[in-house]
Design a protein around this ligand. Structure first.
Ligand code: SAM
Length: 305
């Protein structure tokens, strides 16, 4: 059987690296076979993302009858409330301990959701391995998404030695901990106490000592912190431009802000960014969010304000 699905096309030499990255993000559609297309490979992915196109794939024998799911560490998250399918998924992979079904949307200021346990151990906690780092996560207690793991690598590659970095919405610390080895100091703030507790656990797990965890509202950071920063990560896409003025108060002239935002048209936030003092801006699609909306990242070089 063949089906049409989103696919990411890469040269054969980048095949293994891409496969690992997509598995790490929980984005690879394991029910379909990888496609050989001339000198390129096309990896089936669960949803639209930057650079993806539509391709026809063959179904993977034995996997096609599993319900659609996303993997986060040892947890599978189902798209349908299907207890029988959950039991089959649990049996299909020895690394899984729990199968969940979301019973709410991602909501509230902590950006969390509630889950029903369909199979396996009664927990929303697990550990995620991402590019050599290990993250303790609690899906019901604090936000975590593996889908930005490629972004974390992209930003790590941009960091120059001894940068002072601020992560304004740090969650359990995936950006802060990934960026720490190349930075002098990463200040990692979050409003959610559960996220900050997991962030501290993750610093210990990864033997990272140059992250400063802060339980704080991003609006108040410039009143608390005595520094300006070389680089700021802003990953609270639904907030739009609300926190950008706070970020511009905290960035040094010439420093870079990586601003993740939900957009429904190209260039949506460029006007506001330039008003606030962005002098060079690039905008890229990160992934689709819903019909007509997608997550974009704006890399902004700050001028003198
Ligand atoms: N950066 C993390 C990641 O990639 O997994 C978490 C991103 S999550 C989309 C946004 C985070 O911002 C949540 O952990 C939430 O608790 C936090 N948050 C929401 N409003 C905040 C505020 N006013 N100040 C600081 N953190 C806030």
């Amino acid at each position: 059987m063949t089906v049409e699905q989103w696919g990411v096309r890469v040269p054969v030499r980048r095949g293994e690296e891409t496969r690992q990255a997509l598995i790490g993000e929980g984005a690879l559609d394991c029910t379909l076979k990888v496609l050989r297309d001339g000198t390129a490979l096309v990896f089936p992915v669960l949803e639209e993302r930057g650079g993806a196109g539509r391709f026809v794939f063959e179904e993977q024998p034995g996997r096609a009858d599993l319900p659609r799911h996303e993997l986060v560490g040892g947890i599978a998250i189902l798209q349908e409330n299907d207890p029988e399918g959950a039991t089959r998924i649990l049996a299909s992979r020895p690394s899984l301990h729990t199968v969940l079904f979301p019973t709410s949307e991602v909501a509230g200021k902590y950006r969390t959701r509630t889950y029903a346990v369909l199979a396996g151990t009664d927990t929303t906690r697990t550990e995620v391995l991402e590019h050599g780092h290990r993250f303790a996560v609690d899906l019901a207690g604090a936000y975590f998404s593996a889908r930005l793991s490629t972004e974390r690598q992209r930003i790590t590659a941009k960091i120059k030695k001894d940068e002072l970095v601020l992560d304004m919405f740090a969650g359990v610390g995936p950006f802060a901990i990934t960026l720490a080895p190349k930075s002098a100091l990463v200040v990692a703030a979050d409003l959610n106490p559960r996220a900050v507790i997991l962030l501290i656990e993750n610093m210990k797990k990864n033997r990272v000592v140059n992250v400063l965890p802060l339980l704080a509202d991003a609006r108040r950071l410039n009143a608390i912190l005595p520094w300006t920063f070389d680089r700021i990560i802003m990953n609270l896409p639904l907030a739009g431009t609300e926190f950008l003025p706070a970020a511009f108060r905290l960035i040094r002239p010439g420093g870079t802000i990586h601003f993740y935002a939900l957009v429904s048209k190209e260039g949506e936030h460029l006007g506001r960014i330039s008003e606030l003092g962005g002098i060079e801006v690039t905008e890229r699609v990160v992934r689709s969010y819903s019909a007509g909306q997608w997550h974009a990242v704006y890399d902004i070089v700050a001028g003198r304000t």
